[in-house]
Design a protein around this ligand. Structure first.
Ligand SMILES: Nc1nc2c(ncn2[C@@H]2O[C@H](COP(=O)(O)OP(=O)(O)OP(=O)(O)O)[C@@H](O)[C@H]2O)c(=O)[nH]1
Ligand SMILES: [Zn+2]
Length: 209
């Protein structure tokens, strides 16, 4: 039942206009239409429950729309023994979907920051990645949203985010190039101002394995 969220943003961004959320039945009917459109019989045994399953799967794959990064980043630990050096959480795996074809994107994110007044729980950074990954995305937008959310909540002395991903819409269809990775980055503060900090970040991502 979609009793909790009854309206959805039309597009990304907090000022986006909102409109009525289609019911679960309407969503399932749309899936049924697509099954018919590709040329199969939605009433055959193997497919009869597929609209229900697919809508349930989409609830999970796109649950980021109902989640708040600011809320996840709301608890800051200030007692860190004066620790002020870099904190790097690397190799955070994620799955997303491109907004152009709604085909999966699979990748990893690496996040480093220099604390200002405290640190956040390490899992929260991974959750922030998921909150933005589990929406319809471009890699560039997702990277910018991760940077924006951490910057806003933590106000670190510097923040570095690197996202590397494979876009299935490039490997399974279209140009059909497998194994291509796309890299996007966002740097603020110390990482933006000091090229040696960027180099250290890159070295820490790739090194110590
Ligand atoms: N910049 C950017 N492009 C993306 C991303 N994900 C997919 N794309 C690209 O979005 C583009 C959409 O291009 P269009 O020409 O509008 O659509 P299309 O005819 O389906 O394009 P092809 O994929 O080339 O067949 C393609 O070049 C995709 O590779 C992303 O995260 N960022
Ligand atoms: Zn795509």
């Amino acid at each position: 039942m979609d009793a909790v969220v009854t309206s959805l943003p039309l597009q990304k961004g907090s000022e986006a206009p909102r409109r009525r959320r289609p019911t679960r039945e309407e969503a399932e009917a749309a899936v049924r239409t697509l099954i018919e459109w590709v040329g199969d019989d939605p009433d055959r045994e193997g497919l009869v429950a597929t609209p229900r399953r697919m809508v349930k799967a989409w609830e999970d794959l796109f649950r980021g729309y109902g989640q708040s990064a600011a809320k996840e980043l709301g608890t800051v630990f200030e007692e860190v023994g004066g620790y002020g050096d870099v904190v790097l959480v690397r190799d955070i795996p994620f799955f997303s979907h491109c907004e152009h074809h709604i085909v999966p994107i699979s990748g990893r994110a690496h996040i480093a920051y220099y604390p200002r007044e405290g640190v956040v729980g390490l899992s929260k950074l991974a959750k922030v990645v998921d909150i933005y990954a589990r929406r319809l995305q471009t890699q560039e937008n997702m990277t910018a949203e991760i940077v924006g959310a951490i910057e806003e909540s933590l106000k670190p002395r510097g923040l570095a985010v690197l996202v590397e991903a494979e876009h299935m819409c490039m490997s399974m269809r279209g140009v059909q190039k497998q194994g291509v990775s796309t890299i996007t980055t966002g740097f603020t503060g110390l990482f933006k101002d000091d090229a040696s900090e960027q180099a250290r970040f890159m070295q820490m991502i790739r090194g110590f394995r």
